[in-house]
Design a protein around this ligand. Structure first.
Ligand SMILES: Cc1ncc(COP(=O)(O)O)c(C=O)c1O
Length: 358
């Protein structure tokens, strides 16, 4: 699957990049035996739900190792970031900041209105971590308008903090900057090493992952290019993809490679976003995603989140059922976390979770 010399070259490129140790790596990679046998396909899972540092891991921990590495190197003490009130990214940022002695300031858009007195799920974890939380209501106008109000409010808070002598580091939603993207370039290097080390581990034909901000996708695209890998990447939209998204993601992948000093071009038409499994929209589960979540839970004892990972999982199951994934092939489901969404508001968990629809 991966060439030893290319691995050495890529490892060399990472040596000069600032990084903080936040999570536990490599994350486990294992076979899903019941699902593999049912479809006569080798189905494996990469457990980035177990990145740590708390029990609520996820894909953002990898990005934060580089983002907060850069912030620490530049003596920043306040980390500002954005998301929905149940953002896994914001929650993992609150936790990572505590581990490194930094202060997290979160600007969260109430796509689903939270109970602010008794917060649930990730919002509760943000409070436990003592993050500074600002909630931007969404009731008047669209979520995009609320996001731009949140960014203006954050800009004022940054000015206020800097006037007091603090140094702020601004992380875009989902950690999707060129620096954050490095997390998934490195993740592919980690996967390559795992595949090489174990004789019974397959290289993969298809890799499924949930796509929101697109930082994970950009990192995997950049990593695939850098490491000369030829699997099919299947990014599954969770309801955030808008026109121009693919161009932005290709540009982000290129910027991440430039940070490594490996200028390459990534064409927006070199990947296809799976758009059929976003369900009714962002932060809303579908019947299909609830069924996929329960199938993995009941057959393999693994929990995913209802509005990100379950959608990617539902796409993989649909492709196993339809034969788009051929018998005998090797598939990886990249688990990017989010099970803490199961303790979020009822709209996010969804009624279908309580019915036995299989
Ligand atoms: C659990 C989970 N999986 C996947 C994603 C998508 O990752 P990205 O934002 O890098 O596209 C998110 C985004 O927040 C997430 O919370």
């Amino acid at each position: 699957m991966i060439n030893e010399q290319v691995v050495k070259m890529a490892e060399g490129l990472f040596k000069s990049i600032p990084r903080e140790n936040i999570g536990f790596f490599p994350t486990p990679l294992h076979r899903l035996s019941k699902i593999s046998e049912r479809y006569d396909v080798e189905v494996w899972i990469k457990r980035d739900d177990l990145t740590g540092p708390s029990i609520f891991g996820g894909n953002k921990t990898r990005k934060l190792e580089f983002l907060l590495g850069e912030a620490k190197q530049d003596s920043r003490d306040y980390i500002i970031t954005y998301g929905a009130t149940q953002s896994n990214h914001a929650m993992q940022t609150s936790i990572a900041c505590r581990k490194l002695g930094l202060n997290a300031v979160l600007y969260l858009v109430a796509v689903v209105p939270p109970d602010e007195k008794w917060p649930r799920g990730n919002l509760l974890l943000d409070r436990v971590m003592g993050a500074e939380v600002h909630i931007e209501p969404c009731s008047s106008g669209s979520a995009n308008e609320a996001r731009s109000r949140a960014r203006s409010a954050a800009a004022s808070r940054i000015r206020e903090l800097e006037d007091k002598g603090h140094r702020c580091y601004d992380i875009p939603s989902g950690g999707a900057s060129a620096t954050g993207t490095l997390g998934y370039v490195e993740a592919l290097l980690e996967l390559g090493r795992q595949v090489k080390q174990e004789d019974d581990l397959p290289g993969f034909d298809h890799v499924y992952q949930a796509t929101g901000s697109g930082g994970t996708l950009a990192g995997l695209l950049a990593g695939k290019e850098l490491l000369q890998l030829d699997f099919e990447l299947v990014p599954v939209d969770v309801g955030l993809v808008e026109p121009g998204f693919k161009e932005d993601i290709a540009a982000l992948a290129e910027q991440a490679l430039s940070l490594l000093g490996a200028g390459r071009s990534i064409a927006p038409d070199s990947f296809v976003i799976e758009a059929e499994h976003a369900g009714p929209g962002y932060e809303i589960p579908s019947i299909e995603s609830s069924v996929a979540l329960k199938t993995l839970a009941r057959e393999e004892g693994i929990l995913v989140g209802p509005v990100y990972t379950a959608k990617a999982l539902s796409a993989m199951f649909a492709h196993l059922e339809s034969g788009r994934i051929k018998k005998g092939s090797r598939v990886l489901f990249w688990h990017t976390g989010g099970a803490s969404e199961l303790f979020a508001e009822a709209e996010i968990v969804g009624d279908d979770i309580l019915t036995f629809a299989e």
